[in-house]
Every structure is written in C-alpha cells, then in structure tokens.
Design a binder for this molecule. Structure first.
Ligand SMILES: [Zn+2]
Length: 231
C-alpha cells in the first residue's frame, strides 16, 4: 500500500476518513446520523475541503450516504445489502483464512496473543464499545497478517459496514462474536488445519448473520461532537 507520492492533503483526508470510520465502527455514530460538515470541521480542526473529500470517499465505500440538498449521513444499509455484506464476508474471510500459514502464525504469535488477551479482557467487562472494537479487531487482524493487502482492504470496508448492520439489525444488544470461536480459529491455524479454520469461520459468520433481524428500522439523532470527542 505504498504509493510513491503522498501529499499532506492525502494524509489529512485519510485522518478524517479514519476517525469517522472508527466512530462509525464503534457505534459512536449510528446509522442515519447526520454528518454536518461545519461540525466535523470544528471538532476535528480540519479544512472544509478535506472534510468534503473524506465524506465523498466514505460515500464511495458505502459507509456514508450523500443526498442532494440534504448533505451526508451515516449509511443505513438495507436488509438486502446486509445479506450481501455477509455473503461477501464469507468469501473474503475464507480466502484470508486460507492464506494464513503456520509460519505466519508463528511470526505473528505475539501480536495474536496480545489481541486474544485484549479480547478476553474486553468480553469479561461490560464496556460495549470496547467489546465491539475488540471483536471486530480479531477479523481485521487476520486480514492484516494474511499477506494479501487487497483482501485486507476489502475486509476493512466490510467490517465497518458490518458494524452498521449490527447497529441496525442485531436483535439484542449483546455483541455477537463469541471469543471461544475466535480461539478455535486460531488453534486450527496454528496447527496448519486450514480446512478446520475455514469451517469454524464460516459457521461463525453464519451465526453472526443468524443473530440479525433483517427488517428496516429507524435510529434517533446523535450528537456529532460528543461522538467524535477524544478520538
Ligand atoms: Zn468474530
């Protein structure tokens, strides 16, 4: 992902994209939240033009929806789109798991151990945002270590969209990923048993999708400044 020339503008746009993506992934900004340019400019100390470019980029990724005369808001994926995102995740995460060799697992063992410890710590506590972040981080970690940056980039987008989908359609408010399923995937990958790791991953994704009630919902207004504070 190294491009020869990275300008200050590109870096700044990426910073805004990252903060907004993070806020959306962590449910600080829920689906349907209006993204008022002036508020983002003020809260993130950013240039208006950079904010506009960042919002356009997020719109291309389907994370933000821009409507003529109404401005930008956090996307509200339809039930159909939700199913499509899960179908795409099954394909992408299967390919990711397939690419992770025992050698990679060995090289990355400290990073993986650190993540699994953070995940256990999060799920044994009650801070929902931290739980959501850590569970999602597991999937992103596999994407990051698999050695294929295209798969990793596609997954990063699908994970933010999954987060929107969970915010809209999850039946209960309890985070969905079970940590022991994650551990089973790790154990299988360490043993070089890709077939087992793929089977557990696909079953895991099926379960996540099964926890959703794929009907249309409406969400209340959220204070943008509060949601972005401290990121
Ligand atoms: Zn999971």
């Amino acid at each position: 992902m190294s491009s020869p020339i990275v300008t200050a503008k590109q870096l700044e746009v990426q910073r805004i994209v990252d903060v907004l993506s993070k806020a959306i992934a962590q449910h600080r900004l829920r689906p349907g939240t209006r993204l008022v340019e002036a508020q983002i400019v003020e809260t993130l100390q950013a240039n208006r033009n950079h904010v506009q470019v960042a919002l356009q980029r997020l719109a291309m990724q389907r994370i933000v929806t821009i409507e003529a005369n109404r401005g930008a808001m956090v996307s509200q994926p339809s039930a159909q789109e939700a199913r499509e995102v899960f179908t795409a995740r099954r394909a992408i995460e299967r390919a990711i798991v397939e690419s992770i060799t025992p050698t990679i697992m060995h090289k990355q063992r400290e990073r993986i151990a650190r993540h699994m410890a953070n995940e256990r710590k999060a799920t044994s506590a009650t801070d929902r945002r931290v739980i959501v972040r850590e569970l999602s981080e597991f999937h992103l970690l596999l994407g990051n270590i698999c050695g294929n940056s295209v798969l990793s980039e596609i997954l990063a987008n699908l994970m933010v969209r999954s987060s929107l989908i969970v915010a809209l359609y999850q039946r209960n408010d309890v985070p969905s990923c079970a940590s022991d399923e994650h551990q089973h995937i790790i154990t299988a990958l360490e043993a070089g048993d890709q077939a087992k790791a793929i089977a557990v991953m696909l079953e895991h994704l099926d379960e996540l999708e099964a926890q959703l009630t794929l009907e249309d919902t409406v969400t209340p207004e959220v204070n943008l400044k509060d949601a972005l504070a401290g990121l």
